[in-house]
Ligand binder design. Structure first.
Ligand SMILES: Nc1ncnc2c1ncn2[C@@H]1O[C@H](COP(=O)(O)OP(=O)(O)O)[C@@H](O)[C@H]1O
Ligand SMILES: O=P(O)(O)OC[C@H]1O[C@@](CO)(OP(=O)(O)O)[C@@H](O)[C@@H]1O
Length: 674
């Protein structure tokens, strides 16, 4: 019998790993376990000499091996409306508690959606190999006759039916690297028996120039930052690498052309196969299939291709856009893309418009077909102005939905810097809650002036771009930028200008609020003290506090090396996962997870923000926008008195870096290098 929680030794708990579980669970075409729930239970009751499970069931509750996959062990639990009791429990559930709420026995049906095959695809645990090979006899009692429950004793094993009920169905829930520890029994050094973790295949849907790849790139960055191994598989890129890829113009996309249609389907399935190979060979966790996937028949082929893959769940993401201005802008963006680079823009635009027209002929939006199959999907309409979600389940899928509800395309600036120099910085002491030195205060004062200037500059750029855009679209003359060059050297940029009449919609886009966020530590809040809270929304956040160094707080690195050499060495080996010992001690991974809400809020905001953080905080935020590899995050070079500016763009992100010179009290732009 498994030990109660409190007595389990540490071997029961293992950090949820990034890598896929090494356990070789039975692939679903092998003879499936006789009863996934029961066998899983046996696996958990590691000392229990439970009832012998049959290798077969037949129609009256016993099902042949071939049909075992239609075995509905789970519904026999779910429908009996009882909280499964552990076989060792002394309570004896009476017959009524084993029946559905309407007190009639629940039919034991064989075609349940929760068969081992479906359970695997829904993220339930498939059984570790050593259990599924168990060959024992089990004859489920008829549901009309419910045997009374006798606590197990050496001689009489518990009633198999109740044993079944004691099996909590394993659902998919969050497994966060460095934050959760999945409990399982019989761990061994290779991690055998480690709980297999859910994998997610995201399937994009949408006409060309609807932002699919843009969304994909953001999701890849977000999942990887959360330490889930995520990669995009773009069919267009696959096509461009093919020697025999058919015509390079829109005719390739003509659905009435059988040859090119076959080519396109083959390219799509080959790309999907590459995604599955990546799952297998590189321990992928979230694979994103980036294609138009514009017809139900294509999506059915994708689902068929995936249905036998263990632990995989799917999520369709459709980007819908009926904003003509945005679509026109998107199409113009495409002219700078790989399909039309260095080609005549007018001709390329016409060709791309023809490609879209050909797709539109056969386009089928997500809907009844997917709902009839209970497939999960989310529709993002006009960049999230409206979002429709269907049957969203699973932790990883939920993360995608959460993210998609919070991103936008508005041009704005994201500024990140550490606090000004603190007393502890001058002493080389880490952590603590020291105040600024005079130099640190000077930095804060000059930072406020610098940001004020950059805010006005960006506002000018927005004004020029937006009025130019609206003039272009309205056939008007281009706005002459020179009318708008304020004299920054002599006056505060925000007051010197004559007010200009703007229509309300443009005004909202151009005159943007500006948030200044600090941690709740003195050195950060004191740096923000020079910002005018009439002009800036200033907010202190505990999530932005510096990493807690536990027993090493207030020590120098040299002291740590001398006093705690093993800690010093361990941290140097794996700074990302290493957690400082002592009360509140944290790792970089811990800080990443407490910054998740800050990152999503920055993505959601349409206005500017300045984060005045700390070394770890600055590294993690800059690493997110850079899309850094996990091994680089904890080592980015982010010295004091350096300001980073991040500008999200339609295709990617612009980065700028400014170094502060305390002698001249100026900021100079330098090549971005972290
Ligand atoms: N949700 C969205 N709806 C519409 N356009 C978007 C969306 N997200 C991003 N875009 C814009 O669409 C442009 C083209 O996006 P892209 O990803 O290349 O399209 P697709 O991959 O669908 O062909 C990007 O420049 C981006 O600014
Ligand atoms: O992860 P490492 O490189 O140790 O940097 C974190 C350390 O940086 C420091 C600098 O000493 O942050 P801060 O920017 O707040 O001054 C310490 O407080 C913190 O422990």
């Amino acid at each position: 019998m498994s030990a109660p929680n409190s007595e389990r030794d540490s071997s029961f708990f293992k950090e949820d790993q990034l890598v896929q579980s090494p356990v070789s669970s039975p692939t679903l075409h092998e003879s499936p376990p006789s009863s996934p729930i029961l066998s899983h239970t046996l696996h958990n009751l590691k000392d229990f000499q439970g009832p012998r499970l049959p290798s077969r069931f037949t129609e009256n509750g016993l099902v042949s091996n071939q049909d075992a996959s239609s075995q509905d062990a789970e519904s026999s639990i779910k429908s009996q409306n009882t909280t499964p009791t552990h076989p060792s429990a002394s309570t004896t559930p009476d017959a009524s508690s084993l029946h559905s709420s309407d007190s009639s026995p629940v039919p034991f049906h064989l075609n349940s959606p929760h068969t081992p095959k479906r359970m695997a695809s829904e993220g339930y645990f498939a059984l570790p190999k050593q259990v599924s090979s168990l060959r024992t006899e089990y004859r489920p009692a008829s549901l009309h006759h419910v045997p009374s429950f006798h606590p197990p004793s050496d001689s009489a094993p518990p009633s198999p039916l109740l044993l079944a009920q004691s099996m909590k169905r394993k659902g998919s829930t969050m497994s966060i690297p460095g934050q959760t520890s999945s409990v399982y029994s019989n761990p061994n050094s290779e991690g055998e028996g480690t709980a297999p973790e859910e994998k997610l295949v995201i399937i994009m849907v949408g006409l060309p120039a609807r932002g699919k790849s843009y969304i994909v790139n953001k999701l890849v960055r977000y999942y990887n930052w959360l330490q889930y191994n995520c990669k995009a598989f773009n069919v267009g890129n696959f096509r461009r690498k093919q020697a025999s890829r058919g015509p390079d113009d829109a005719s390739f996309f003509d659905p009435s052309n059988p040859e090119t249609s076959k080519l396109r389907e083959d390219m799509a399935m080959n790309t999907l196969t590459a995604l599955l190979d990546w799952f297998e060979n590189e321990n992928g966790v979230v694979g994103i299939f980036d294609a138009t996937n514009s017809t139900a028949i294509r999506r059915k082929a994708v689902v068929e291709h995936l249905k036998n893959v263990p632990y995989v769940t799917t999520l369709f993401i459709e980007s819908v856009c009926n904003d003509e201005q945005l679509i026109a802008a998107n199409m113009r963006m495409k002219l700078f893309g790989p399909d039309y680079k260095n080609m005549d823009p007018e001709k390329s635009l016409r060709d791309f418009q023809e490609r879209v027209r050909l797709y539109e002929q056969k386009y089928e939006p997500l809907g009844k077909f997917e709902e009839d199959l209970n497939l999960r999907y989310i529709k993002v309409i006009n960049v999230g102005k409206k979002v429709v979600a269907f049957n969203i389940r699973g932790f990883l899928a939920g993360q995608a939905v959460f993210f998609l509800l919070n991103f936008n395309l508005s041009p704005r600036q994201i500024w990140v810097t550490r606090h000004g120099e603190s007393v502890d910085n001058t002493m080389g002491r880490i952590g603590g809650n020291a105040s600024l030195t005079n130099l640190g205060k000077q930095y804060g004062e000059d930072l406020a002036m610098f940001i004020e200037t950059k805010r006005a500059e960006f506002q000018d750029r927005l004004f020029y771009d937006i009025t130019r855009e609206s003039n272009l679209l309205n056939g008007g003359n281009l706005y002459q930028k020179k009318q708008y060059q304020p004299d920054y050297n002599n006056q505060s940029p925000t007051e010197a200008r004559t007010p200009i009449e703007l229509d309300p919609e443009d005004e909202e886009k151009i005159i943007k609020p500006f948030s200044v966020w600090t941690s709740m530590m003195k050195r950060s809040m004191e740096t923000a003290a020079y910002f005018d809270d009439e002009q800036y929304d200033i907010k202190a956040m505990r999530m932005l506090n510096e990493i807690c160094s536990g027993i090493c707080d207030q020590l120098t690195y040299e002291q740590i090396e001398n006093m705690h050499p093993e800690e010093y060495e361990a941290r140097a080996l794996d700074k990302l996962n290493y957690r400082y010992p002592g009360s509140g001690g944290e790792s970089y991974l811990d800080v990443i997870y407490r910054l998740q809400s800050v990152i999503v809020e920055i993505e959601r905001m349409k206005h500017h923000v300045l984060v005045i953080g700390h070394r770890v905080i600055t590294r993690i935020i800059v690493a997110y926008f850079l899309g850094c590899r996990r091994e680089d995050i904890a080592h980015l070079n982010v010295p004091l008195h350096t300001v980073y500016c991040i500008e999200p763009q339609p295709y990617g992100t612009n980065f700028y870096q400014y170094n502060y010179d305390p002698q001249t009290r100026t900021f100079t732009r330098v090549p971005f290098h972290v």
